[in-house]
Design a binder for this molecule. Structure first.
Ligand code: 5AD
Ligand code: SF4
Length: 437
């Protein structure tokens, strides 16, 4: 979502004459769009600000100004600390107020004081944002839902992104049509809890995510649809049916499970046990037999024992996740888990993470090898490193190399997969079909 938000900030600033610069040192303004989810991400902001301070001082010595802004969830959660630790920052803005950037830029350049805006305005930023300015590599993100009411005990998102909000379906469809016109053939619908989408329907009432996906699939030029991130307990029958019925919906689902231990899941306030998750995956696979799954996992949650961790390893093996974002538990200020007893020592977390990642890499390699000999559709989204080579993405997000010329960029073709490598595949063209631009 930060990638989407950063692009939208560029859209908001374009009418003022700003355009992306090649490096921070050359820029008139630098915006750090930040993440607060784990301590490491948040701390990176302050080290990055140290470097930017030098760049700003150098520019100032040459008589040129540089505006420094901190946006995103660290700004939301630690605005006061940023002002205290980094007084050379001109603008601090949360994720719900970036549509007001032009006013803040004007204020910062006029007054030279800090402009701080970390409100949750009643009128949403989406009502004030211009249409997206461009699409890169034929694929686009589209935020349909924001915020979270789930309050997993480890997570800052409900505090930094605020309560759940779904954009009206008509607005989402307008943006999707616009993205298709700009050349997007793949759209990823975004939300912290995207499958709890319940946006106002064009004819009154609400639409579910399943209904929204069907409408996006009807837009000319949209050949592929993905959505992320989903909360297992909120997956409904309508969404499962969309996996069965909508050919554009890719057979690859990111469905965070966090842990395989029911005791840990309860302490996390996840509202599902591992058997619920297994049943859900069975229902999804019954609807879409070639569905592959990726997930998020946390190791070393307070009180996690070796037996709890082994339950996670067993679930990873059983579901056969082909990809995972796995993390050491990071205590976050203001969250209930940070106060829990039984915090796990860092070396134990590191050891479990390493063992988990070995298991996940084995799954991924096994899945990649099993793709050899299959015909997969590939969206060619960029040039490869070597001349005469293109790089694309399979339905399962695997990078795929093929010998082909540039005329295939932005098209989807069937490839016969010839070989699997550590993190990618290579294939031969089986058949090419143009995607309507
Ligand atoms: N520590 C470690 N990982 C976390 N995540 C969220 N909060 C924390 C935390 N405090 C992970 C979860 C979530 C993903 C986006 O980040 O796995 O699904
Ligand atoms: Fe955080 Fe996701 Fe839990 Fe919401 S559902 S609190 S975003 S981990």
């Amino acid at each position: 979502m930060n990638v989407y938000d950063s692009a939208r900030m560029a859209d908001v600033l374009a009418p003022l004459g700003y355009e992306p610069a090649d490096s921070a040192a050359d820029a008139d303004m630098v915006i750090l769009n930040t993440c607060h989810i784990r301590e490491k991400a948040a701390e990176k902001v302050f080290s990055e600000l140290g470097r930017l301070r030098e760049a700003k001082e150098q520019k100032n010595r040459a008589g040129e100004p540089m505006i420094i802004a901190v946006a995103g969830c660290v700004a939301q959660a630690e605005g006061a600390e940023i002002r205290a630790r980094a007084p050379f920052v001109d603008i601090v803005l949360g994720p719900q107020t970036y549509h007001r950037l032009p006013e803040m830029v004007a204020r910062a350049s006029r007054a030279g004081g800090v402009a701080l805006d970390t409100e949750f305005p009643v009128q949403t930023k989406f009502d004030s944002l211009p249409p997206p300015g461009r699409v890169e590599n034929h694929a686009a993100f589209l935020t349909v839902q924001e915020g979270c009411d789930k309050f997993c005990t480890f997570c800052v998102v409900p505090y930094t992104r605020g309560a759940e909000y779904s954009r009206p379906a008509a607005d989402v469809l307008d943006e999707a049509r616009h993205l298709a016109k700009l050349g997007a053939c793949e759209i990823t619908l975004l939300g912290q809890n995207v499958n709890n989408y319940h946006g106002a329907a064009p004819g009154g009432g609400d639409w579910t995510l399943g209904r929204l996906i069907r409408a996006v699939a009807d837009i000319d030029g949209i050949e592929r649809i993905r959505y992320t991130t989903s909360y297992p307990a909120d997956v409904d029958a309508d969404l499962i049916a969309a996996h069965r019925d909508v050919p554009q919906l890719m057979p690859f689902l990111h469905l965070p499970v966090q842990s395989g231990s029911d005791r840990v899941l309860a302490a996390m306030n996840r509202r599902h046990v591992s058997a619920d998750y297994r049943r859900l995956v069975d229902r999804l696979r019954a609807a879409k037999p070639d569905l592959a799954l990726s997930t998020d996992l946390i190791v070393g949650f307070p009180g996690e024992t070796e037996a709890d961790f082994e339950a996670t390893l067993a679930l990873v093996e059983e579901i056969g996740f082909i990809q995972s974002y796995s993390f050491k538990y990071s205590p976050r200020p203001g969250t209930p888990a940070a106060q829990m007893t039984g915090q796990v020592p860092d070396e134990v977390k590191a050891d479990r993470l390493a063992r988990l990642q070995v298991r996940l890499a084995t799954n991924q390699e096994r899945f990649n090898r099993a793709c050899v000999g299959r015909v997969l559709s590939v969206l060619f989204d960029r040039r490869g490193r070597r001349p005469g080579q293109l790089l694309g993405r399979s339905p399962y997000m695997q990078p795929v190399h093929v010998a082909a010329d540039d005329s295939l960029l932005g098209t989807i073709a069937d490839l016969r997969i010839e070989a699997s490598h550590a993190n990618s595949l290579s294939g031969l063209l089986a058949d090419t079909r143009e995607v309507a631009a």
